[in-house]
Design a binder for this molecule. Structure first.
Ligand code: 6Z9
Ligand code: ZN
Length: 263
């Protein structure tokens, strides 16, 4: 598809010119505000399968020009939803070195330093993510809010290799690890709403689960995430830092945000 960026002449205010859904309804991210929330006792704890990958296995860590991403094996899946949602990829959104505020979702208007998304597709109904990506029941994304605080050994499995993918389209193989350790301890407390991809083509195809509890990474780990990558490739003369790769807040309209927990 056409080029798009976060900011500048191909920034998010222009996405809808080439990607009409970006100007449509059911868009993400949103500000998860207390007055919007409705407790839903039918929301079960999230259960993930095969997330604990052996270090003998390798994962592809890449810079796709928009984010740092890791491709995930298809044996990983979410088992607690109506359909089996198989893992495809995880990636991050972050701020800039000076501004540790780069999460996409906000909670009562608090923006976190960063956010991690684990993207899954409905493997019961679709053979791969490309056919699922534009279907209303196609995707399920797990969102983890990240703040600066204690050092996080789980995230270090990714961040220690970040200098190998400084430029767009660079990829490295890294030892696999327990992806469950990237998620918060409690998977029973989360926000749930119907939304979209937060990048073009912005399809309204995502069942969003944003965990209530955030995780922390250290200031040094955050700086590695926020200052190591470029959205340009190594040959480009202009080095474009890959920073503040988060979409602005979208209108909730008449959507309800469900919560799995009472205050
Ligand atoms: N925030 S978000 O909406 O979850 C989200 C991103 F922000 C994001 F940058 C990506 S991307 O890194 O692929 C770059 C632009 O598509 C994705 N990719 C998904 C959806 C698009 C098709 C596809 C195909 C294979 C694997 C993952 C994906 C994404 F879903
Ligand atoms: Zn994302």
């Amino acid at each position: 598809g056409a080029k798009w960026t976060y900011g500048g002449p191909e920034g998010e205010h222009h996405w809808s010119k080439h990607y009409p859904y970006c100007g449509g309804a059911f868009q993400s991210p949103i500000d998860i505000k207390s007055e919007l929330l409705r407790f839903d006792p039918t929301l079960r704890p999230i259960e993930v399968q095969n997330y604990n990958l052996p270090p003998s296995e390798q994962l592809t860590l890449g810079n796709n020009g928009h984010s740092l991403q890791i491709s995930l094996p298809s044996r990983m899946f979410i088992s607690s939803l109506r359909h089996r949602y198989t893992a495809a990829q995880l990636h991050f959104h972050w701020g800039s070195s000076g501004l540790p505020a780069g999460s996409e979702h906000m909670v009562n208007s608090k923006q976190y330093a960063a956010e991690m998304h684990v993207v899954h597709y409905n493997a019961d109904k679709y053979p791969n993510i490309s056919t699922a990506v534009d279907k209303s029941d196609g995707l399920a994304v797990l969102g983890v809010l990240i703040d600066v605080g204690e050092f996080n050994p789980a995230y270090e499995h990714i961040l220690k290799f970040i200098n190998g993918i400084k430029y767009r389209d660079q990829k490295v193989q890294v030892p696999a690890f327990d992806i469950r350790a990237l998620l918060p301890t409690r998977l029973d407390e989360y926000y749930r709403y119907d939304g979209s991809l937060t990048t073009p083509p912005c399809y309204p195809s995502v069942l969003w689960t944003v965990f209530r509890n955030h995780v922390t990474i250290s200031q040094k780990q955050f700086l590695a995430l926020a200052t190591s990558l470029f959205s340009s490739n190594s040959q480009d003369s202009a080095h474009m830092p890959l920073q503040s790769n988060f979409r602005k807040l979208q209108l909730v309209d008449s959507r309800t945000v469900l919560v799995s927990f009472k205050e």
